[in-house]
Design a protein around this ligand. Structure first.
Ligand SMILES: [Zn+2]
Length: 255
């Protein structure tokens, strides 16, 4: 293997349950806080490397439980968003951010065009190609996927507590988001809001646009406050809830 990743690092992309019976394709761009060997620590402390700036804590665990409950497929990035944030296009500074919330990331300061290219080739290109190939194959088989990107967010951001518990995010196509918000409104179990704590203006709908909108797929981004899914019990409760509102939404949309 040449470039950024070593043999020991392994593949940048993982695919689970590709033969899933349901149309749901879960995507987790921020699944891992793992750094490729050659990246060292990016100049960050152990605490920073474990924090939400490196990954979305709980997002992969919830996604893997949804794979089972929905019989869904899952595609996720195996390396930290600090090296390359796969929910951003290569030209965005946020793809390799020099600052994340309150943390400066020394290893991302003033990186060269060659370094940017190496990271893009190593992490983003295989990720986005795996997604494209999966969607193309399913569409050709007459089974267009329903694209759901799975994220978590920190309860306290820039010192401010966030009240929203689940964000249902969308870009120009709000069909699935509308149906999920309608389903969520019936139970009032969690504080569920549209395009919070982030929205399209924050640049977080890159995967939805690139793979959902451009293919005409039903699509949504789910943001869960990470304190709700910090342990197995919280994850299971959340997965039961999401399985319910997703099931209701998808059957409403297929009528
Ligand atoms: Zn995320």
């Amino acid at each position: 293997m040449t470039g950024l990743l070593t043999e020991a690092d392994g593949s940048p992309v993982a695919v689970e349950n590709p033969e899933a019976l349901s149309p749901v394709l879960l995507v987790c761009e921020h699944a891992s806080r793992h750094l490729p060997e050659k990246m060292g620590s990016l100049g960050l402390s152990e605490d920073a490397l474990k924090s939400h700036i490196a990954w979305d804590p709980g997002a992969l665990a919830v996604s893997q439980l949804l794979v089972e409950s929905l019989d869904a497929a899952l595609i996720y990035q195996r390396f930290s968003r600090l090296v390359y944030d796969c929910n951003r296009p290569p030209e965005a500074e946020a793809a390799m951010p020099p600052v994340s919330e309150i943390f400066e990331i020394p290893g991302n300061a003033g990186i060269s065009a060659a370094e940017r290219m190496a990271r893009t080739q190593a992490l983003y290109v295989p990720f986005t190609n795996t997604l494209s190939d999966f969607i193309t194959t399913r569409k050709a088989a007459g089974r267009p996927p329903v694209l759901i990107t799975m994220h978590t967010f920190t309860p306290v951001y820039h010192g401010k507590q966030r009240d929203v518990e689940i964000g249902i995010l969308h870009d120009e196509d709000s069909r699935l988001a509308d149906a999920m918000l309608a389903a969520a409104g019936k139970t009032k179990r969690y504080a569920v809001r549209r395009n919070e704590p982030y929205g399209p203006a924050d640049g977080v709908t890159h995967t939805l646009i690139q793979h959902g909108l451009k293919n005409g797929l039903l699509n949504v981004m789910i943001e869960i406050r990470n304190d709700l899914v910090s342990n197995e019990i919280g994850q299971k409760v959340m997965v039961d809830y999401l399985t319910g509102i997703l099931g209701e939404s998808l059957s409403a949309l297929s009528q």
